[in-house]
Write a protein of this length. Structure first.
Length: 176
């Protein structure tokens, strides 16, 4: 009976890992780590149009304010970035990171869901972007006490980008 229960647990765990991987767009058997690292906010400049660039610059301003310990100013910059371009997924990603740092996992989750939706609709998902969502979702899980899920997601994030997720935290400068 005990071995059957272990078999069921391992089967459920395996399916959970595969389901999570499918949800975040990971590929098994192919190269999962982008050669040039995750796409940062600065790296996204110049890829769409001048409105997006203006919004991205506001996100960078916010990330710099977060680094300087001015969370109110950072939040205002992120909110302005969304007003300038409501389709800028990086603005929502920065808001998710900001709220996670402020120990507001529910708000972080809502902004992360919005970022993922926008990345998906622009076909911008892939390992260069997925790494942000996987790690932030792991942080949200950790704050909500879902440690098994958090551990599994942090492991995936570390595989994609160990230099960022080794400490299980996304700093504003790492996203910048």
């Amino acid at each position: 009976m005990k071995s059957f229960q272990q078999f069921i647990r391992w089967t459920v765990a395996g399916w959970t890992v595969l389901s999570l991987a499918a949800c975040v767009g990971l590929e098994f058997g192919g190269t999962r780590v982008a050669r040039d690292g995750p796409l940062t906010v600065s790296g996204a400049l110049g890829q769409v149009d001048s409105t997006r660039d203006a919004s991205l610059r506001l996100v960078i301003e916010g990330l710099d304010a977060d680094t300087a310990g001015r969370p109110g100013r950072a939040l205002a910059s992120y909110q302005r970035a969304v007003r300038v371009d409501s389709t800028n997924a990086f603005a929502y990603l920065a808001l998710a990171r900001h709220h996670l740092e402020a120990s507001s996992p529910e708000e972080a989750s809502a902004f992360l869901d919005q970022a993922r939706s926008l990345f998906q609709s622009s076909r911008g998902l892939g390992s260069r972007v997925d790494v942000w969502g996987i790690g932030l979702r792991a942080g949200i899980d950790r704050q909500l006490g879902r440690h098994d899920r958090a551990n599994m997601r942090f492991e995936m994030a570390r595989e994609l980008s160990p230099e960022i997720w080794d400490d299980e935290r996304l700093s504003s400068q790492e996203l910048r």
